[in-house]
Design a protein around this ligand. Structure first.
Ligand code: PMP
Length: 446
């Protein structure tokens, strides 16, 4: 039988760092990465036959649990009819309609003032792409095409994928590797992105006061989850929308991670203060575990895309029938009951983590945005990238390794969210809860 260490050694000879996406190398937690052989429900099994309760969830898509029978069957049925045609299929229209309908329904049903009235249907047209990176990249091109302006405002610690203009002070793997950005991004392109601190509305006002006439859009994670969880301050998204709109710029709401996870549509509509984004990006859950992402907005904006408009965007595998089938089956099973289960399991795990860390005397906060949460080794809740970076991040590696040794697979970085699924039943949650005290003690000793 093969081992994780053997697989990693072999992989490093074939792929840079042995991986196809950096955080998978487990570099910041100083542990041999696990090579997985299979997954079902809340569990993943590595090539050595060890089972773990999984809190990575494929970085979000596995919201119903791994290999959900209905999703697998939908993909199998689609595959039997052909893997892709490079032409349109009815399923794409159905998924696009489903995305739009869920966003509208959530806005109307939350009782939040967003519903009264919904001035415009937030998402009238959808384009399907294959990755979150493409969704945000396209949204930015569209915003530039619509406004005739070049500058983009982004927030430090937010991650929007790996396109050239969005890597400056990015979260996720860029934060984990403590990189300021990426080599290979031409300086003139980097100069088109203005990076400001999160949750600081004065910084937003200042950047728009200085450069407002040249800013095409501000892009924001609806509820940031790529520097650990840092919830938006009350009314932050709404203030952002107001300022952008006052200057003729667009608000791009990145819901690649939060979309269809923190609520039936995403953070939009559950944010306690109403606001109107111009473009919304989705990924992860909307593809049900296969490569699919989306962007949406008003017809007027979205129809600036080719073939109707002058903004070009395309994709050989866009709207792939297997990915569409996985996304539709996933959304079909994400009902109120599924969200209630996810929310309840997230609360139990988050509370147990906090209490284990308190008992071990570890200074920490557990921040939450809906059912997303993460632990941060800080006395005060971090509000932006600087305060996130100031935490005692070195405590995470021993915490992570002790959880892994007890059969719990956490995100391999303190800068990532913990992903709970609807399949995390009492038995899976109990295994996590039992493992936490020893991990908390390891964090205390670090
Ligand atoms: N935006 C956000 C908020 C994300 O969390 C991610 C991925 N974690 C992306 C964009 C990029 O998505 P992808 O990895 O599918 O390109």
């Amino acid at each position: 039988m093969t081992t994780n260490a053997q697989e990693f050694a072999r992989a490093r000879g074939a792929m840079p760092g042995g991986v196809n996406s950096p955080v998978r190398a487990f570099g910041s937690v100083h542990e041999t990465p696990r090579f997985f052989a299979s997954a079902t429900g809340p569990y993943v099994t590595d090539v050595e036959g060890r089972e773990y309760v999984d809190l990575v969830g494929s970085w979000g898509p596995a919201i119903l649990g791994h290999a959900h029978p209905a999703v697998v069957k939908a993909v199998q049925d689609a595959a039997a009819h052909g893997l892709g045609f490079g032409a349109s299929t009815p399923g794409e229209t159905e998924l696009a309609e489903l995305i739009a309908a869920r966003v509208l329904r959530q806005a109307q049903q939350t009782g939040s003032p967003v519903a009264e009235p919904v001035e415009a249907h937030p998402i009238e047209r959808v384009r399907l792409v294959s990755t979150g990176t493409e969704a945000t990249m396209t949204a930015i091109r569209l915003a530039r095409g619509a406004t005739g302006r070049d500058l983009i405002v982004k927030f430090a610690g937010h991650y929007h994928g790996h396109s050239d203009g969005l890597l400056a002070e990015a979260g996720s793997g860029v934060a984990t590797l403590a990189m300021p950005g990426s080599a290979g991004v031409p300086a003139p392109i980097a100069a088109q992105t203005l990076v400001i601190p999160y949750n600081d509305i004065d910084a937003v006002r200042e950047v728009f006061a200085a450069r407002g006439a040249d800013i095409a859009a501000v892009i924001v994670e609806a509820a940031p989850a790529n520097m650990g969880i840092v919830p938006p301050a009350h009314g932050f998204n709404a203030a952002l929308a107001d300022i952008a709109h006052a200057h003729g710029a667009l608000l791009i709401l990145d819901e690649v991670l939060t979309g269809f996870r923190v609520g039936p549509a995403g953070w939009y509509g559950i944010d306690p203060v109403p606001f109107s984004p111009d473009l919304v990006t989705f990924g992860k859950v909307v593809g049900g575990g296969l490569p699919l992402a989306a962007l949406g907005g008003s017809a007027a904006l979205m129809e600036l895309l080719a073939p109707l408009g002058p903004v070009y965007q395309a994709g050989t595998l866009s709207g792939n029938p297997l990915a569409v089938a996985a996304g539709r089956a996933t959304l079909d099973h994400l009902d109120a009951d599924a969200y209630a289960r996810i929310d309840a399991a997230a609360t139990t795990i988050a509370d147990a983590a906090a209490s284990a860390l308190s008992q071990a005397g570890v200074t920490h906060v557990v921040q939450r945005s809906g059912n997303l949460f993460s632990i941060q080794f800080a006395a005060e809740a971090p509000v932006d990238y600087d305060t996130v970076k100031a935490q005692e991040a070195f405590r995470y590696a021993p915490f992570f390794r002790t959880m892994l040794a007890q059969g719990v697979s956490l995100p391999p970085s303190v800068f990532e969210a913990w992903f709970v699924s609807a399949a995390h039943d009492d038995a899976a949650v109990a295994r996590i809860v039992e493992a936490l005290p020893a991990a908390a003690r390891a964090a205390a000793e670090a």
